[in-house]
Design a protein around this ligand. Structure first.
Ligand SMILES: [Zn+2]
Length: 176
């Protein structure tokens, strides 16, 4: 795996002590890495890892910090706390929940239009990233997607089956 740390991290904040046990997969929705990074910097958003089509992994935020990748979202910690999963008419959870505190965001450069495929190089790089994360984060347990934790609001990454990734690295897919 070829990993390139950004010269300047994307937006992040310190974690507040929650156990990091979840990986959220994303797709950029745009065609290339540079325009994605530009847009993220403008909006103050971030992923921990951005995987380009050739399998090059851009490390954008250290996983010890919270990245701003999933926004309003509902994941395993909300479910185990019994937080209500009611959504408003814009598909936002009314409890204003977010999985960012306890997750790592991994994003594929992919248009997420139902036609653009994730490359084999991207898939292999994602597996390598998750294997590395398991070493650094021994409590890591779940793989999920942005579409699963923010249903109705986003579709990404529609080009990848989270089961195929989870199976390769010995993690389980989280769905509500
Ligand atoms: Zn996303």
């Amino acid at each position: 795996m070829s990993t390139v740390p950004l010269g300047q991290w994307l937006a992040h904040r310190p974690r507040r002590g929650a156990t990091v046990d979840t990986v959220v997969l994303h797709a950029t929705g745009v065609d290339d890495c540079d325009s994605c990074l530009c847009e993220l910097r403008e909006k103050g958003l971030s992923y921990h890892y951005l995987i380009d089509r050739d399998g090059i992994v851009h490390k954008c935020v250290p996983y010890s910090a919270v990245a701003f990748h999933a926004g309003n979202s509902y994941g395993p910690h909300e479910q185990s706390r019994g937080t209500p999963a009611d959504q408003d008419s814009h598909h936002n959870f009314v409890e204003m929940t977010s999985v960012n505190e306890y997750s790592v965001g991994v994003c594929f450069v992919n248009r997420d239009d139902g036609l653009d495929c994730v490359t084999q190089e991207q898939f292999d790089a994602c597996v390598a990233v998750l294997q590395d994360l398991r070493t650094g984060l021994p409590k890591l347990r779940y793989v999920t997607t942005h579409a699963i934790v923010s249903p109705g609001r986003v579709t990404d990454p529609c080009a990848i089956d989270p089961e195929s990734v989870a199976r390769r690295v010995g993690l389980e897919v989280w769905r509500p």
